[in-house]
Write a protein that binds this ligand. Structure first.
Ligand code: C2E
Ligand code: CA
Ligand code: CA
Length: 652
């Protein structure tokens, strides 16, 4: 506020100086002509010398004022930002000295004037006082003093003169002088008001402009910067990248877009809280910023993902840049009492080799990162055409899966599981098949995709329903019918609604719970074990049996076996394959432990009679594999059920 007043004062002073000086030459010239005319126009011997001396003085005053005016005009051309107050003081001094000169002149010359000279003098000072009232209106005191000095002493001189006719002139002069002083005051007040208003307005406009500028900056920040890290956001990065691509096109340069994703950030957020998570992101941002070179662009793409773009000479240089970025992010993070290390994985895409559009480059860098993360996290991976083809296929399958159920492209086949001693079928494993664009897609391929994109929930429910319906048909035919075993993904099992989905499948089909088995892969036990144990218990409490699939391929299985009260362990095909070598001892151990814990054992992938016999001798309860039957189409099931007894008969 204080500043504002000072600012206003300065502007008013400068405007006043401007007004005063803008008329200065005219005023000075009038003084020159008027004084010269009075001095030389009326010759009078006794006062001739005095007049000449007075004229010399006024000439000096005029010269000084001229020089001052010139100087002011020159300075004014250079800058508007000068001290108005000082300029006013200089001008006012010149003007008042001139006025004093006039007063002295009139008083000195008065005693020896004749009527005409006196009339001329009166006309001159009256005219000058009149002109001064408007020319000096920019400075109230000066304007009033000017009229006063010009008219009052002279009028008093007239009143006290020994010429009676002059008395009246003197009285008139006094009256006129007073009127002029008031007129000067009025006009000065008016001018001051006008200058004040003008300046208040312009300051207001300036303030508004400032506010608009501040708001514009705020809007820029809101729409271009990420509020947490202060790095560019997506919008800003995309527009900067598009400019950078154009530059590289002109300069025929290569450009790399690096997609950086933190490893294990989610865990930090989940275990240490979002505040620590935010701090990690801010520190990551500032580390990347420290690595940033002038022309490079950097942004937080979202969550724990950052993008970095830089012009490079070769793709090898691009890889080393990405590795340096990973290294800087991978240094330990220190917090109050925490010391954390988390790595990062980077994916790279090159302009113009891989893509020319900004969005395309980011997408490919993201793809490269995604593959790198699955393959070997913590490193940098460059996009390649084969990655592109993989992604293309993945996307195609992902899209295809979305309406695979509606389009009747999915079906189940059933592979028998037989008792090892009697070779009698007591269970069928339901295996999913997908016919897409006239070709069968391998279950291992599409199930992984369905899991990645969350589509497995819907598909898994469909499998449960179909398998239950089919097994319910077997149940209707024969009370002692085989059960059905359904593969269930960990994603399904973690779902809160899973238990209801299973119950729903049993209800609608009418299948008894003890005719349903569920196979879960051993890898599920790497996730929240307690929760899974609870889910398994609930399922088992209804009579459903639970198997661990692909046993032996993943984590420390034997200890897991103890924790999980499953019903069956399915030994992975890879051990059966190596039955003649290392597989034998492993299977033997598994059977022993399973026996003590009360689990039954199934061996998968039995392809020969020898394997079947060996496994039986080892104490394996049930067998599954091509030796008995390949997975069977639903329509062929009835026939095969009859035949399986025949096959089994020939075996014995
Ligand atoms: P899995 O559960 O281990 O299923 C057994 C796989 O081994 C089946 O392959 C089966 O055809 C094959 N197989 C059976 N006997 C033999 C044999 O003697 N020799 C050889 N070499 N292979 C044999 P498939 O049908 O291709 O299924 C592959 C995997 O896909 C399954 O492995 C399972 O993990 C998954 N899968 C299949 N259907 C479903 C499903 O409905 N839901 C879920 N979540 N996964 C499924
Ligand atoms: Ca299975
Ligand atoms: Ca298996």
């Amino acid at each position: 506020m204080r500043d504002l007043k000072k600012h206003l004062r300065e502007h008013i002073n400068r405007d006043a100086a401007e007004l005063l000086y803008s008329n200065s030459f005219a005023g000075i010239l009038i003084t020159l002509f008027a004084s010269s005319w009075l001095v030389f126009g009326f010759y009078n011997a006794p006062t001739a010398k005095l007049k000449l001396s007075l004229w010399s003085i006024v000439i000096i005053i005029i010269v000084v004022r001229m020089v001052d005016s010139f100087r002011w005009h020159l300075n004014r051309k250079k800058t508007y930002d000068y001290d108005g107050q000082k300029a006013i003081y200089r001008f006012v001094s010149g003007t008042l000295i001139t006025a004093l000169w006039w007063a002295s002149y009139c008083l000195f010359v008065l005693p020896s004037t004749d009527t005409i000279e006196l009339a001329s003098m009166i006309i001159v000072v009256a005219a000058m006082a009149g002109g001064g009232a408007s020319i000096l209106a920019a400075h109230k005191i000066t304007s009033m003093l000017y009229s006063f000095i010009l008219l009052i002493p002279f009028s008093v001189g007239l009143v006290v003169s020994n010429q009676p006719y002059q008395h009246i002139l003197g009285v008139l002069g006094l009256a006129f002088g007073l009127v002029m002083v008031f007129t000067a005051r009025k006009s000065a007040l008016f001018t001051h008001q006008a200058i004040l208003l003008k300046n208040e307005n312009s300051i207001l406009v300036n303030q508004m402009e400032l506010q608009v500028a501040q708001r514009t900056q705020k809007i820029y920040e809101l729409s271009n910067l990420d509020p947490l890290t202060g790095l560019y956001n997506r919008t800003a990065f995309l527009s900067q990248l598009s400019t950078k691509i154009k530059d590289c096109e002109e300069l025929q340069q290569l450009l790399v877009v690096i997609f950086i994703d933190l490893n294990g950030f989610k865990k930090i957020n989940d275990t240490l809280g979002h505040d620590v998570g935010d701090q990690v992101l801010c520190q990551t941002a500032s580390r990347l910023k420290n690595m940033q070179k002038d022309a490079d662009i950097l942004c937080r793409w979202g969550g724990d993902e950052f993008l970095y773009a830089s012009a490079v000479q070769t793709s090898a240089q691009a890889i080393s840049l990405a590795e340096a970025l990973i290294a800087s992010v991978s240094l330990a993070y220190e917090f109050d009492s925490n010391r954390l290390t988390l790595g990062a994985t980077a994916g790279l895409a090159m302009y113009p080799e891989h893509e020319k559009s900004e969005k395309g480059l980011i997408q490919l860098a993201d793809t490269a990162m995604y593959f790198q993360k699955n393959l070997d996290p913590g490193k940098a991976g460059m996009f390649s055409q084969s990655l592109g083809q993989k992604l293309y296929r993945e996307q195609k399958l992902h899209n295809g899966l979305a309406d695979a159920i509606e389009k009747n492209q999915l079906r189940l086949v059933y592979q028998p599981i037989v008792y090892a001693n009697s070779h009698q079928v007591h269970l069928y494993e339901a295996l999913l098949r997908w016919e897409f664009e006239g070709q069968a897609v391998a279950p291992l391929e599409f199930i992984k995709i369905a899991e990645q994109y969350g589509q497995i929930r819907l598909i898994g429910s469909w499998v449960l329903q179909q398998a239950s319906l089919e097994a319910a048909r077997w149940q209707q035919e024969n009370d002692d019918s085989p059960a059905v075993s359904v593969n269930v993904s960990v994603i399904q099992l973690q779902d809160d609604e899973f238990i209801d989905i299973v119950a729903g499948a049993l209800n609608t089909s009418g299948l008894h719970a003890n005719k349903l088995h569920i196979e879960i892969t051993e890898s599920v036990f790497a996730s929240d074990k307690n929760r899974l144990i609870r889910q398994i218990k609930i399922l088992q409490s209804t009579g459903i049996k639970v198997s661990i699939d692909d046993f032996g391929t993943e984590y420390s299985s034997l200890s897991v076996m103890q924790d999980l009260a499953v019903n069956t362990v399915k030994i992975d095909r890879s051990f059966v394959e190596k039955l003649e070598t290392s597989g034998f001892a492993i299977i033997k151990a598994v059977v022993q432990i399973a026996n003590t814990l009360g689990y039954s054992v199934v061996a998968e992938g039995v392809e020969t009679k020898e394997q079947a016999n060996l496994l039986f001798n080892l104490g394996v309860d049930s067998l599954q594999g091509y030796y008995f039957a390949k997975p069977i189409e639903q329509r062929d099931l009835a026939l095969s059920k009859q035949q399986s007894t025949t096959v089994e008969a020939t075996q014995q």
